[in-house]
Design a protein around this ligand. Sequence first.
Ligand SMILES: C=C(O[C@@H]1C=C(C(=O)O)C=C[C@H]1O)C(=O)O
Length: 583
Amino acid sequence: MDGCRGSLKYSTPRRIASRILSSLKRGKVKRIFVVGDSRKEDGYGDDDVAPPDVTVDAPNAPPERCKREANLNMGIGFCLLHLIAESKNELQKMTELRTQMETLLQNVKEELKNKDSPVVKKLESNEGVEESLGFESSLISNEVLLFDQSLKSEDDVPRDDEYLELEGMGRLEAELEAELERLQHHLDSGELPTNPSQEPMEESISSSSSSARSFSISYGEVIDPTNEGQEEDFADSYSGVPPFELARKLHELLETRQQERIRELEAALERAREELCEKEREISWWKDTANLMSKHIKDPSRLNFQLAQNSRHFLRIVVFDSCKLQMAKAESNVSDGLSLDLIRDSLIRQEDTIIFSLIERARFPLNPPTYDPSYASIHGSCGSLVDFIVKQTEATQARAGRYENPEEHPFFPENLPPSEVPPYNYSEVLHPAAMSVNINKIIWDMYFNKLLPLFVSPGDDGNYASTAARDLECLQAISRRIHYGKLVAEVKFRDERKDYEPAIRAQDKNTLIKLLTFAAVEEAVIKRVAKKAETFGQEVKLGEDSNHGKYKVDPTIVARLYKDWVIPLTKEVEIEYLLHRLD
Ligand SMILES: C=C(O[C@@H]1C=C(C(=O)O)C=C[C@H]1O)C(=O)O
């Protein structure tokens, strides 16, 4: 280090430049010239010096004045050459000094890495630190700082969250610069401080030392004093801002920066998690939709009430449009086989089914426990036994494709499973509005609360499950017949479109009922079902012609069923369907 100190006795390039500038200011040269950046360590050679740009006061000055100025310029030129040569020497020595300092720094680093090194032991044993070590420690801190800055310089533009840190780094730089200036001052004066107590830095040392007491963790290669005594001793032997203080500030800055970064990353992670959940929900939704689409889009006429209940709004719109298109095709096709006669034939045939189902149900007494919700508590089911039977049967039949047929309507459409059988190409006759017409709740209420008590005997024979199964058959037959009103309405609408359309547009139910009603047909239906009930419900005995008025189901009740409920509810379905026929 002695050699280093000796080499620093020379004037610095900065001082040389300032002398030149001050001398030029005293002269008549108006514009100054640049010798070179004195802070550059590699400096300029003679060839590197830019030619001085000298301008005299006036181009047409008297000859004596020009001569004086030429002499002055020459003098300045010689002076400059001399100074440049001195600067070059100075820079060379600075370079050597730097090399020596780097070597020394490297040695200290290696020693610090080695726990048994005498330097560390010296620090740990609180035997004081030589001035040179203080200087090197400062350099180490400086190097760590520069290292950090070099990392930051990878980002050309500092991020917003780095401004705080940059501010801190600026403070550190200022402190280091002050330190270097103090060093420069000593170099200029030809001596280095050997005894810190003689320096006018006691205050600074004192404050730095006290703040360094809170320093507990060393960063990188900075030496960490482990107790107060060490710090004080170290501060005593140090002439400027202690390396501990610089390292502590650097450490705090880095810690703050890392904590902020962690918080940012955690927030980003949380946001990403939420977005992921949302995406998963969306994917699951699209999967459901795709399943429904794949099952129904091939044959939109098979869309039933279940789809109307379960599918999402947009799916309804898509399928609805598809259905409308196919409806137009169906209407233009005269051979779709739809006629009032055929429909009436079907209704007549269904009378048989209804009457036979009533006869079957009449085999059992009322069996009240079948309808008592408190009678049985079946796992996974709530409600009565008949509720359980109907729900389970409908679920099974739904999987078997029953409700793919537009003529079938479930009593519990909620949460019905989809069909698992290959689709059948049912004829596309009805308007899509048919999907939303399901009056099974009314039928359910009518059947259990009004009809059933009329045609079954009171009593309890314990056959509740069979009783419920027979009830379901009656319900399904009656429901099928009543919802056939959609087809009746469609055919009548097509036959007399010009009469129906104004009433539909006006949503005029009374006019629609008048258009739909055929009183003679209704009367014939009622008479026929009564006769069928007599025929189907008679006791057939060999050798006897007369039944003696005993029927399995009272024919008058069957007639009443049709008169009071089946025909009116059929017409209600017709009206509901027609009201949306032009949607
Ligand atoms: C079903 C028809 O439409 C209406 C309803 C009837 C019924 O439900 O049986 C009978 C006659 C009409 O009033 C039809 O004309 O056949």
